[in-house]
Ligand binder design. Structure first.
Ligand SMILES: CSC[C@H]1O[C@@H](n2cnc3c(O)ncnc32)[C@H](O)[C@@H]1O
Ligand SMILES: [Zn+2]
Length: 432
């Protein structure tokens, strides 16, 4: 057995208490063996966590990681204009190699900000899966389907690809990759494709993930056309099951919140994207009170504009209070839960709890920083004050992905250089 010990840290336990402990990991199984004292001396490898907080790895529940190449390409527009006028034309120019390097750039950012698992909806998924395998993270991946504006055969092919990718890549990268069937949204995928392919996805045993109730402009056509709120429409099509998860859930009414809670379908709240695109304020406090599983996601880097889950946690707390008009809404404990266990539960990944037998996925945060002093309450610091640059080490599946801010699985300088070249060429093609 090969072992890794994380020594002398403060450990964030599942009940959100913090205790001084070493963590011992079996690197062959990727599981936590023991939490206790003096576990370092006999380990094969050690990571120093003195003056640091060992926290479960953050889980980014909704992302389009390769969109790092479009960071800052089109800002300050609402969703529909942003997608139609800028993003979709540019994405039409993306090659598989662009998606590979854009993903690598995004994975660097995830590792450097303490994220150990994420859910991703995009295209050229084989390239994304290869990058994930190399980088060492966990991911739930899927091919995003858009059928509007496409003729029947092309649209069906897109839906079929999503199903085939979900079947083929489930369990890849020694089990670190899982998959989902991913219609882009309830307005961008035609009813006939949902009716045909959702039952096939259910038969294949893969979850379904889609954008839902993100803007009022997206809700209105479903109500007009089908006489139903979007989540009632989704439920009728079999898209509201316990393994499914939606992104956004901004404009949900009371009945839709009830439907989500009854179905145990997860919601990934993306506060930064919702603020930047002025989509609205999700009723996070009300959803949590109703028993809905709520996680956090960054969405893509073109609507955020970074992939830091610590930023997302702070945004969720701030926006949650505004939305509820209540300073006690969405408190620090709630966002720390959403950042870790909430997202993991919503996207159907194994627990991210620091306890014996759990997957060894964690981030080590340097507490010896002016903005984290004094350490009155480390849960508060995680929610409100810690930044991506405070992450010292990142471990996933028992493997060290970053040690003292050096990413070990990807060549940071080479990835940045290739990404710069790809982004420049992409913008020239898209604007030319
Ligand atoms: C077809 S792959 C996924 C697709 O989603 C687009 N996208 C990025 N951010 C959002 C968002 O907030 N709402 C809806 N769609 C979004 C992305 O550009 C890809 O085209
Ligand atoms: Zn999205």
């Amino acid at each position: 057995m090969t072992t890794l010990a994380i020594t002398d840290g403060q450990v964030l336990r599942p009940d959100l208490t913090v205790t001084a402990a070493d963590v011992l990991v079996d690197q062959d199984t990727g599981a936590i063996l023991e939490l206790g004292s003096d576990l370092g001396p006999d380990a094969d490898e050690t990571l120093d966590a003195a003056g640091s907080l060992v926290t479960p790895g953050f889980v980014n529940g909704h992302c389009h990681v390769a969109m790092t190449l479009l960071r800052g390409y089109a800002d300050d527009k609402p969703l529909d204009a942003w997608l139609q006028e800028d993003i979709w034309p540019a994405e039409g120019e993306l090659t598989p190699e662009d998606v590979r390097v854009g993903t690598e750039l995004g994975l660097l950012e995830l590792i450097k900000s303490g994220t150990t698992a994420f859910a991703d909806m995009y295209f050229h998924v084989p390239e994304i899966a290869a990058a994930v395998e190399e980088a060492g993270l966990r991911a739930r991946l899927g091919h995003g389907i858009v059928t509007i504006g496409k003729d029947g055969d092309v649209a069906r092919e897109d839906a079929r690809t999503s199903l085939e990718i979900a079947r083929e890549y489930d369990g890849a990268a020694a089990g670190r990759i899982s998959t989902a069937f991913m219609p882009h949204s309830l307005t961008t995928v035609g009813d006939e494709y949902l009716e045909e392919f959702v039952p096939e996805a259910r038969e294949a045993g893969v979850p379904i993930h889609y954008h839902a109730n993100e803007t009022t402009e997206e809700v209105a056509p479903i109500v007009d056309e089908h006489g139903q709120r979007p989540l009632a429409y989704a439920a009728e099509r079999g898209m509201l099951e316990p393994e499914d998860f939606i992104a956004h859930g901004v404009h949900v009414d009371d009945r839709e919140i009830e439907l989500l809670a009854e179905a145990d379908t997860g919601v990934i709240h993306c506060p930064a994207s919702n603020m930047k695109l002025a989509s609205g304020m999700a009723p996070v406090q009300r959803m949590r009170e109703a028993g809905v599983t709520v996680g956090l996601g960054t969405d893509g880097a073109a609507s955020n504009n970074d992939l830091s889950m610590l930023d997302e946690a702070r945004d969720a707390a701030m926006l949650g209070k505004l939305a509820a008009d209540d300073a006690s809404a969405v408190p620090a404990e709630a966002v720390v839960e959403m950042l870790t266990q909430g997202s993991a539960d919503a996207i159907g990944l194994e627990s991210t709890r620091l306890e014996e037998g759990a997957p060894a996925d964690f981030a080590v945060i340097d507490l010896e920083q002016p903005h984290l002093t004094p350490p009155h309450d480390l849960v508060s610091h995680l929610a409100y004050a810690a930044a991506a640059s405070d992450v010292r080490h990142t471990v996933c599946d028992g493997q060290v992905l970053m040690r003292d801010r050096e990413v070990l699985t990807l060549d940071e300088r080479a990835v940045r250089e290739r990404a710069l070249e790809a982004a420049e060429a992409l913008a020239a093609r898209a604007d030319g």
